[in-house]
Ligand binder design. Structure first.
Ligand code: AMP
Ligand code: MG
Length: 483
């Protein structure tokens, strides 16, 4: 069925053509009563799509995959993955479809579009709440300057989805520089077909790490580029207090974009042990474990790439180990540069000075259960001479005052701080409030929240409640995965 939808939309099928072994042609389920809940007009325009057309019948057909442009080949992508440390050889898009590549090369992808042959026991569906959560959080991450998949639209399908209760169903349309995952490489490697693995690596180099193409050892250069991109990415998460929640290898991209927002949430109080996901009972993906989890995933990517790194495994392993060894220094450098900016400190002071100042502050924040986002923003005011907002958040005032004296002695620059310490993040209680209202057909709270979090650094009058910590519930928030 190919009604020309958003007339001008052209979708490529490069992934399906170059990697047919990983692409299963499939169609989205019909939607009984589709209703557009939210459309990202700036993103649509950036992609050359007319928001007016997307709001119409043909546009909704595109955004739900029920009317794809002529020539498009929607596919379910095959991938494997380690989930909470256990290997699953065949995951794949159980409820998602890659519609194709947009003219700028990015993927247009749907989530919640019906069962595919990878669905295993799942129903192939998604409900309104979690799809809107991905929309809000991914757009907030983008506004924070953190690489991420983008959200183009959420359409309610009119079909009920059975979870603990019956919930309204929805499809999320998202855009990503690609959907290649560590798990894609694990899947290709497991087939034993080295030609497929090589084609996948070449595809990834061409789309994401083109500099590797000119390297003496292109596949090693690809691996090093992924290690670097992920080290930088996870450092950004740590600096802003983002907890991904389900860092399985199928949820880690080759591009270095954040992907698959499930049980994710932002820290309220600063505590490295924070876990929000109801299924992460062991705390594997706790806030403070994220760098180690990323490194572990990258070791699994190295294993998958071994056949491309050298002619025999014995030679390949030390090459991979050495390359993986660049993760920690790269992460540390990215994190230190970031915390330096959050504290408003210039390069004039070495890491030997800034490092202990940062570490001591984080200990103070943890010990005093201080709201992470509010505190760093209040520190900007302290750099301008008003320490009261920061002091109001900390019980150990003697400890804080001593720390403030040390830090002020380093001449912090408040303007630098205000550019990197957000005022507005998608706070858990506000996300919950917006999603609950949306499920009851009131989209106003969602739009107000989006307005706040898509311009996170720019403090606006009237938006105070979007800057304030949750009233007294911090630390007990629970998120539910993939529902
Ligand atoms: P996630 O942890 O949400 O990234 O999903 C892990 C795997 O489970 C992927 O292969 C998904 O496609 C699949 N999956 C999750 N939820 C569903 C569902 N409701 N129906 C079918 N497959 C699903
Ligand atoms: Mg996933």
């Amino acid at each position: 069925m190919s009604i020309a939808p958003a007339q001008t939309v052209v979708l490529g099928n490069r992934f399906a053509r170059e990697l047919p072994e990983l692409a299963l042609p499939w169609q989205a389920d019909a939607t009984p009563d589709p209703r557009l809940l939210v459309l990202n007009e700036p993103l649509a325009r950036e992609l050359g799509l007319d928001p007016g057309v997307l709001r119409g019948e043909a546009g909704i057909g595109l955004l739900t995959g029920t009317a794809v442009p002529e020539g498009a080949t929607p596919v379910a992508q095959a991938y494997a993955g380690h989930q909470f440390g256990g290997y699953s050889p065949r995951l794949g898009d159980g409820r998602a479809l890659l519609l194709g590549e947009l003219p700028d090369g990015r993927d247009l992808h749907l989530k919640g579009s019906g069962r595919t042959p990878f669905a295993r026991g799942g129903d192939g569906l998604a409900s309104v709440g979690p799809m809107l959560r991905e929309y809000v959080v991914s757009e907030a991450m983008h506004a924070l300057g953190i690489p991420t998949t983008r959200s183009l639209a959420v359409v309610a399908t009119g079909r009920a989805v059975q979870r603990e209760t019956l919930l309204p169903g929805a499809v999320l349309a998202r855009v990503a520089s690609s959907h290649l995952r560590v798990g894609s490489f694990q899947y290709a490697a497991a087939t034993g077909d080295v030609d497929l693995l090589r084609r996948l690596a070449d595809h990834a180099i061409d789309r994401h790490h083109p500099a590797a193409a000119g390297a003496e050892h292109r596949y090693l250069a690809l691996y090093e580029a992924v290690v670097a991109a992920q080290a930088d990415l996870v450092a950004r998460w740590m600096l802003v207090g983002f907890v991904h929640g389900v860092m399985n290898t199928d949820n880690m991209t080759i591009s270095g974009e954040t992907i698959d927002y499930g049980p994710c949430a932002f820290l309220d109080v600063y505590d490295p042990a924070t876990v929000y996901s109801s299924i992460d009972t062991g705390g594997r993906y706790a806030f403070g474990n994220q760098p180690v989890a990323a490194e572990w995933n990258l070791a699994r990517l190295a294993e998958a790439l071994l056949p491309l790194l050298a002619d025999d495994q014995e030679q390949a392993v030390p090459i991979a180990v050495e390359a993986l060894g660049t993760f920690r220094p790269r992460f540390n450098a990215a994190w230190r540069a970031g915390i330096r900016a959050k504290l408003g400190l210039s390069d004039e002071h070495g890491d030997d000075v800034v490092g202990p100042v940062a570490d001591d502050l984080l200990t103070l924040l943890r010990d005093n259960s201080v709201d992470h986002t509010s505190f760093f923003r209040a520190l900007g005011a302290a750099a301008r001479g008003d320490a009261e907002p920061a002091r109001r958040m900390v019980l150990d005032l003697a400890g804080l005052d001593a720390w403030l004296d040390r830090w002020r002695g380093l001449a912090p620059d408040a303007a630098v701080m205000d550019r990197v310490n957000p005022v507005y993040i998608p706070r858990n209680h506000l996300v919950e409030e917006a999603l609950e209202a949306a499920v009851e057909n009131d989209l106003a709270p969602l739009h107000r929240l989006l307005e706040a979090v898509t311009a996170p650094f720019d403090e606006r009058p009237g938006q105070e409640r979007y800057a304030a910590p949750a009233p007294g519930t911090a630390g007990r928030y629970v998120t539910y995965c993939g529902t």
